[in-house]
Write a protein that binds this ligand. Structure first.
Ligand SMILES: Cc1cc2nc3c(=O)[nH]c(=O)nc-3n(C[C@H](O)[C@H](O)[C@H](O)COP(=O)(O)OP(=O)(O)OC[C@H]3O[C@@H](n4cnc5c(N)ncnc54)[C@H](O)[C@@H]3O)c2cc1C
Length: 390
């Protein structure tokens, strides 16, 4: 379907597609098998200018918005969600600086992130604080020249590989949700080390690691925005990055659909191509319909976010985009394995990896249950006081 993209948007999509097909496709199975961080591919993405898509031109980026980012993420995810996650997590780590960083912070960090010279990461989750982010325990104690961080972040994508980290820590517990603040940390800072590296079900080429802070000093110029704004920075960041998780879903689902249709056209049983069986055709038809519906939602939500200034409405639609497209990704990848039958269960074909990879999309950047809570709450507020129309 034609989404009437601008020539610039088409160029971004084509660039990402070229990297995906030429560089990622030949090595995706090996990266998954070896659970190896895709440094070579990150370099390819950097050479293609992909890391700068949403960063302003002033800092060496392309100056695009949410839609442009989604287009690139979709193409990378169509071939490998592990690689796409490593790429997208750098954008997630950069967003707090893009949205709330001081001019000095933006000038210092964004040009290298835009060039792909430094990867970024975002650290919020802890062992006892996942969905309930308000119960994080990492503290940032104010000193004369800055802050001292203590605590451990868990499951941080690009942990250990990234150079620049945006970290949410408690500066004043008595202030509740207004008691957290966002900081920029650099790899190599004294007191900042990396802990356990996770072994995962899917997206195995992405790095997921603990970040450990032991009396880690952060200069005061590395505080993002103001003290107490940590969760606002987080929410506004996720508002803009959740459609990207949705586009990861569209990409992996499209990749699985491509494989399933190709296979169904070749595989013969009962003397016929299996695509000639109506049951298989209907499965493929539903998969294709879901993928297109998810893509249409992501593109329209991304366009809306790029135009709108209403944060409440953005949180709702951004959550819808994430929930819908990630559920589609899970369903379509499971169905793709079904189309392949037993071969789909084997590592010789890519659909089992796609199915393993897709599951994460329903979990990270806020589980789909939490997104539904947010959407439900906004609906309830919207309709409060509205009289029922006859
Ligand atoms: C591979 C991977 C990469 C990640 N990358 C990052 C990263 O880069 N940075 C980062 O900060 N975090 C990262 N995370 C953490 C991720 O965002 C959390 O896993 C997620 O927010 C859920 O938290 P949890 O896993 O602790 O689940 P829990 O919060 O313990 O939830 C468990 C279950 O209970 C449900 N549940 C909890 N509360 C409610 C509620 N109120 N209503 C309904 N259902 C509820 C959840 O939906 C879920 O099904 C990553 C996680 C993984 C697995």
């Amino acid at each position: 379907m034609d989404y009437f993209l601008t020539p610039e948007q088409e160029m971004i999509r084509d660039l990402a597609r070229k990297v995906a097909v030429e560089k990622i496709l030949p090595v995706r199975a090996e990266l998954d098998e070896k659970e190896e961080f895709p440094w070579e591919i990150m370099k390819n993405c950097a050479e293609a200018g992909l890391f700068g898509i949403s960063i302003s031109e002033e800092f060496g980026g392309f100056g695009g918005g949410v839609l442009e980012n989604c287009l690139a993420v979709e193409e990378l995810s169509r071939v490998c969600l592990g690689v796409a996650t490593s790429y997208a997590a750098s954008g997630l780590g950069a967003h707090p600086i893009m949205l709330y960083g001081s001019p000095e912070q933006q000038k210092k960090y964004l040009p290298d992130i835009a060039k792909g010279k430094r990867l970024a990461a975002f650290g919020l989750t802890e062992a006892d604080a996942g969905s309930d982010a308000g119960s994080i325990r990492t503290t940032a104690t104010r000193t004369e020249k800055g802050y001292v961080l203590n605590g451990t972040k868990q499951w941080i994508t690009n942990g250990g590989e990234a150079e620049t980290y945006t970290i949410i820590a408690i500066t004043d517990r008595s202030k509740g949700p207004r008691g957290a603040s966002a900081f920029i940390l650099e790899k190599g800072a004294p007191g900042f080390s990396f802990g356990k590296k996770e072994k995962k079900m899917g997206i195995r080429s992405s790095a997921t690691r603990e970040l450990v802070f032991q009396d880690c000093f952060v200069p005061k110029e590395n505080l993002i925005a103001k003290e107490g704004m940590g969760f606002i920075v987080t929410m506004r960041t996720f508002d803009r990055t959740r459609p990207g998780v949705g586009s990861q879903g569209v990409g992996v689902a499209q990749g699985a659909l491509d494989e399933a249709v190709r296979y169904a056209r070749e595989r013969e049983q009962f003397g016929k191509k299996i695509i000639s069986f109506q049951a298989v055709q209907h499965l493929l038809a539903d998969m294709a319909t879901h993928v297109e519906a998810a893509r249409a939602l992501i593109y329209s939500v991304a366009r809306y976010i790029d135009q709108s200034k209403d944060p409440k409405e953005i949180s709702k639609v951004s959550g819808m985009a994430k929930v819908f497209a990630s559920d589609v990704a899970m369903k379509v990848t499971v169905d793709a394995v079904q189309v392949f039958g037993g071969y789909g269960y084997m590592r010789d074909y890519p659909v089992e990896k796609m199915m393993r990879d897709a599951k994460i999309l329903q979990i990270y950047e806020g589980t789909n249950q939490i997104q539904r809570n947010v959407i439900g709450l906004e609906l309830s507020k919207e309709y409060a006081g509205k009289k029922e129309k006859k």
